[in-house]
Design a protein around this ligand. Structure first.
Ligand code: NAD
Ligand code: ZN
Length: 379
């Protein structure tokens, strides 16, 4: 089959790879209909995730059709059209039993923290991902769900991560009626977090980024006020000024580690190791939230240590909530909102690019060229 493969920092290409097979009675093989590139893929692309191996296929956001099932799979049949959450999880360990699907204990022998994620390096289990014609789906009775007839393919695709993660980010922000919520980052995750904050009773939503075309989307899609941090001297002061100098009730970090302030500059893996992850957005969140407020950190920093202002967080009495999203937990509420016509998630999709042009797709999304927000990959 044709599949995206990692060749080293800033280098990806499409190659011929053996078709995935059923390796365990619980597996299914899914023929991918649509995949997407996520901000998390950029951490791998930028060489910031340890144990990202040459030849690994990325892609944790995908939908497709079940082509083959293992002998013990009972909830799916060949021909089913499924959306697959980015988490690989067993569904029955101590953590899964408590809804902590992203912390499953049985899928990733290499890590003590994170569970399994498709196409997200050997740090998260080494599962090949869905930026390919086919993908092996372990624990096929647990993660995937049949796509409802009425649900648009791209909306279903966004359910597998960006949308569910944005919604989760808003949930972690513990929003009360009338609260002021600041969202750092106007990428797909930030836009969905901002849109979701209204569902949870926010009274004001303010989105911060430096890319004007994304802030425009935050205004139209998420009905948010915006701050362009490149146009103010001090973004934390700006947040304070806009919140009666108390600070926001909650701040959601939907940025995570940035490879470099300069999007187009290439950064070698060794330099990144020295720098560690940049916690800029997380520290802005800690500084910009009010005393006793909540920071929701859904931006990803990987396992590289970074200098978080923990002392200030403690002295302010903050609550910091964080995790990789347990995607499927968000699905029932999101399906209700979409079916009721409250919003159309796929309004944020800007590019549809054939798998064969995966290198261009990564370059475009990494460098934020051509007003790119969300890129859909078509095998
Ligand atoms: P993206 O790269 O499209 O968006 C990031 C945005 O942040 C960009 O628009 C960028 O201009 C902006 N930005 C950069 N520095 C900033 C700063 N200091 N303040 C405010 N904005 C800043 O990525 P995305 O797909 O939206 O993903 C966002 C983050 O969420 C990534 O770190 C990704 O790894 C993470 N993520 C986490 C989960 C999870 O389960 N927790 C799931 C998906 C993605
Ligand atoms: Zn993702």
């Amino acid at each position: 089959m044709r599949a995206m493969t990692y060749r080293g920092p800033y280098r990806v290409r499409v190659e011929e790879k053996p078709d995935p097979r059923i390796e365990h009675p619980n597996d299914a093989v899914v023929r991918v209909e649509r995949a997407a590139i996520c901000g998390s893929d950029l951490h791998l692309y930028h060489g910031m995730m340890p144990d990202t191996r040459v030849g690994h296929t990325f892609g944790h956001e995908f939908i497709g059709v079940v082509e083959e099932v293992g002998s013990s799979v009972s909830s799916l049949t060949v021909g089913d059209r499924v959306m697959v959450p980015f988490n690989v999880y067993c569904g029955s360990c101590w953590f899964c039993a408590r809804g902590l699907f992203s912390n499953c204990h049985n899928v990733n022998p290499n890590a003590t923290a994170v569970g399994g994620i498709y196409g997200y390096s050997h740090t998260t289990g080494g599962y090949d991902g869905g930026q390919a014609e086919r993908v092996r789906v372990p624990f096929a009775d647990v993660g995937p769900s049949v796509v409802p007839e009425w649900l648009d393919a791209e909306d279903a695709l966004l359910m597998t991560d960006a949308l569910s993660t944005g919604y989760f980010g808003a949930q972690l922000a513990s929003i009360h009626e009338g609260d002021t919520v600041v969202v750092l980052g106007a990428g797909p995750v930030g836009l969905f977090a901002a849109r979701s904050a209204w569902f949870m009773g926010a009274g004001r939503v303010i989105v911060v980024d430096q890319l004007e075309y994304r802030l425009e989307k935050a205004r139209t899609f998420a009905h948010a006020e915006t701050i362009n941090f490149a146009e103010v001297d001090d973004v934390v002061l700006e947040m304070k000024q806009q919140t009666d100098f108390l600070g926001a009730d909650s701040v959601i970090d939907a940025v995570g580690a940035e490879a470099d302030g300069n999007f187009t500059q290439q950064v070698t893996a060794s330099k990144l190791k020295l720098q560690g992850g940049s916690p800029t957005a997380l520290n802005w969140a800690i500084d910009g939230v009010r005393k006793g407020g909540t920071v929701s950190a859904v931006g990803a920093y990987g396992p590289i240590p970074s200098a978080v202002k923990f002392g200030d967080a403690m002295n302010k009495g903050l609550t910091i909530n964080t995790n990789q999203a347990p995607v499927k937990r968000q699905w029932p509420r999101l399906l209700e909102h979409i079916q009721a016509g409250h919003f159309r998630p796929s309004d944020i999709v800007t590019h549809r690019i054939p798998l064969e042009h995966i290198d261009e797709a990564y370059h475009l999304f990494s460098s934020k060229l051509d007003d790119c927000i969300k890129t859909v990959i078509v095998p």
